[in-house]
Design a protein. Structure first.
Lengths: 133, 133
DNA sequence: GCAATATGATACTACTTAGGTATCATATTG
DNA sequence: CAATATGATACCTAAGTAGTATCATATTGC
């Protein structure tokens, strides 16, 4: 079980690199800097652009740059792009076993853990990650 | 992303049922009580027995019973049986990108979240789940 | 204009894991 | 000895993760 998928991990590290270098970086440059698989990274960059986190420009000196200040890009928001549900508990016992879902003790515990994890994921920003280096 | 797999979820609910009824219950009885797929539940019960959480007895009036007091069966220990790694971060950047893994800011954050989740999972026991009903 | 360089869109493959089934062997009880 | 249980094991299928490949389109500089 992994909290972050590889796409999310790549994405965060790529975003950090872009944030540090204040200029536009192409997929090619990023691939070399970060030694990530090129085609895969291209896809990730495209998704980040589509999600409105990156600006993209085509053509000879094109590439990607941040579209939002680093303070406002959270780990939770990046995860959301690449991992549909950042929820922990998809209760499998609709009505069969737990006649009253709202009273299921296991569910309560998991939801409580989930919400505290999500809270923390929302509090981690690109900017805070950069400071901690 | 789900914190608990279905096997773990079934296992916990099954263990709760066994713990409540102080007698030996067969896979057949449990299947009926809990409306879980029979063959699947059988496998889960076998794994729980192999892990030393359940006693099993064969033959006509055989079945399963708790082998450990409910206070000492934690959610973490059940997860461990069915979900090899309850770790959150399998860092993918061995030495390439993070020359010094120990200083990776993202890794630090994830490990911190992970350890607090594990701590909570260890604190949830069958007994505590039963009390909260 | 045109070649070179970029991204956009999209489709496809390989691998792993989760979820579930089925069967034969073996032990226990009445 | 037949009925009932678990033990061990070998499958199968669907979904998600990780990664590749290609064609279309936009931009820049000569």
């Amino acid at each position: 079980m992994n909290l972050l998928t590889r796409k999310t991990d790549y994405a965060v590290k790529t975003l950090l690199t872009i944030a540090r270098s204040k200029r536009t970086l192409s997929a090619q440059e990023l691939t070399e800097k970060l030694s990530m698989p090129r085609a895969f990274l291209r896809g990730i960059l495209q998704e980040l652009a589509a999600a409105g986190i990156l600006n993209s420009s085509r053509g000879v000196s094109g590439g990607f740059s941040l579209c939002i200040p680093a303070e406002r890009i959270t780990l939770a928001s990046v995860m959301k792009i690449f991992q549909d549900k950042v929820s922990f508990n998809e209760c499998i016992f609709k009505k069969k076993i737990c006649p009253d879902r709202s009273s299921c003790p296991l569910r309560k515990e998991i939801l409580s853990i989930e919400s505290s994890v999500i809270k923390r994921l929302k509090s981690i920003t690109l900017a805070s990650l950069m400071k901690n280096i």
